[in-house]
Design a protein around this ligand. Structure first.
Ligand code: NAP
Ligand code: G4F
Length: 329
């Protein structure tokens, strides 16, 4: 039987790397969309790079997306690419709208123009719930986004629903709560904290500057969340799902746990810095993942404490090896 073919945008990102790994394990032929940059940034996919067909393209360029879909002829498209860092969306709102909102429509157009029987996954976000109208948040919770990023994701969500209803496309929007891993970008709070704690432990830094310690998030493991993306596309009917662990923790709890893993008293090192406060904050996110559990059979396997421990250990190992390399050179 011919291998199933999948096209993943955002291949070089955290989720793209885990999803590509997962799809290869499932026996897929994997195509990944990568935008041109002056230096190659394949750090997260270097271990699987040879097994993936890399295609050049940009969410801002319609023709490149049509070409990528035409070349990959995918059974499934996973649209993970986006400007995904919330604070950057206030600094670059137009770019965020172009990539994170209109980019979704350009990918849907590419799929519609090339072939209609491709299944489409859109990486939507719990940031759409923003100033939450109810707790926990489910597929039925109304949106009230609090950043240009959140607003752009709301567009991405609704254009996905609209293409499903307009063109009978198998298009789903996965509303994913925060998910993290040792591959998380260093600017996001979990990785900033685990990397920061490891640096302090190794004598490479003496403080960690953070913003709002009271914000609460539903933090899960990226490896678990990408599995849910795939599960959504294996259903007979396209439907949208909320994916999260159902547990919420504050940034303060995250800091206490990460520093505690290294026997450090966080209060001696963490400095609150208003530069990291946001013009409008999302105070509390926590998922009601019951639909995903009952219909997809999806459940998280890694919970908050183990996730943070895994990230702290990975940062200690990576920084430790860099230090010994420097010392021996
Ligand atoms: P990430 O690590 O920031 O990766 C984003 C990816 O998008 C990178 O590969 C990036 O390429 C690519 N990209 C950005 N702009 C592009 C453009 N104009 N054209 C083509 N590619 C572009 O994000 P992530 O954490 O993996 O998240 C994946 C998706 O899920 C994103 O859409 C994000 O908004 C959404 N999401 C994430 C979470 C989460 O907690 N991680 C939760 C809900 C939703 P470069 O490597 O070249 O920069
Ligand atoms: O780690 P964060 O930057 O993630 P945020 O804003 O929740 O967004 C992430 O999750 C979304 C899903 O809900 C994704 F859609 C999005 O793409 C991204 O992956 O911040 C988490 C919380 C915020 O409340 C922030 O104010 O941590 C607080 N925080 C406190 N100090 C900080 C810091 N965040 C960052 N990045 N840096 C700080 O120093």
């Amino acid at each position: 039987m011919a291998k199933k073919r999948a096209l993943v945008t955002g291949l070089t990102g955290q989720d793209g790397s885990y999803l590509a790994e997962f799809l290869l394990e499932q026996g897929y032929e994997v195509f990944g969309l990568v935008r041109r940059s002056s230096t190659v940034n394949f750090e997260r996919i270097s271990h699987i790079q040879d097994k993936i067909h890399i295609l050049s393209g940009d969410l801002l360029d319609q023709n490149s997306l049509i070409s990528a879909v035409a070349e990959a002829e995918p059974d499934e498209v996973y649209n993970l690419a986006a400007q995904s860092f919330v604070p950057a969306s206030w600094g670059q709102p137009v770019l965020t709208g172009e990539a994170t909102a209109l980019g979704v429509m350009r990918m849907l157009e590419a799929v519609r123009r090339v072939r209609l029987d491709t299944k489409f996954y859109q990486a939507s976000s719990s940031e759409m719930f923003g100033k939450v109208r109810e707790t926990p948040q489910s597929e039925a919770t109304p949106f009230h986004p609090r950043s240009p990023y959140g607003v752009a994701k709301v567009y991405g969500h609704w254009i996905t629903v609209n293409y499903r209803e307009s063109y009978d496309l198998f298009a789903v929007s996965g509303i994913l709560f925060n998910h993290e891993s040792p591959r998380r970008g260093l600017e996001f709070v979990t990785r900033k904290v685990t990397d920061g704690a490891a640096r302090i432990k190794l004598g490479l830094a003496d403080e960690l500057r953070l913003g709002n310690l009271d914000a609460r998030r539903d933090w899960g493991f990226a490896g678990d969340h990408v599995r849910a993306m795939w599960m959504m596309l294996q259903r007979d009917e396209p439907q949208d799902y909320v994916i999260g662990t159902g547990a919420t923790h504050s940034v303060r709890e995250l800091v206490e746990l990460a520093f505690g893993c290294l026997d450090l008293d966080w209060q001696k090192f963490v400095v609150q810095d208003e530069r990291f406060l946001r013009p409008a904050e999302v105070d509390l996110l926590v998922a009601d993942p019951s639909k995903a559990k009952s219909e997809l059979g999806w459940e998280p396997t890694v919970h908050f404490e183990n996730l943070i421990r895994m990230m702290v250990e990975a940062d200690m190992k990576a920084l430790g090896s860099k230090l010994s390399e420097q010392r021996s050179s």
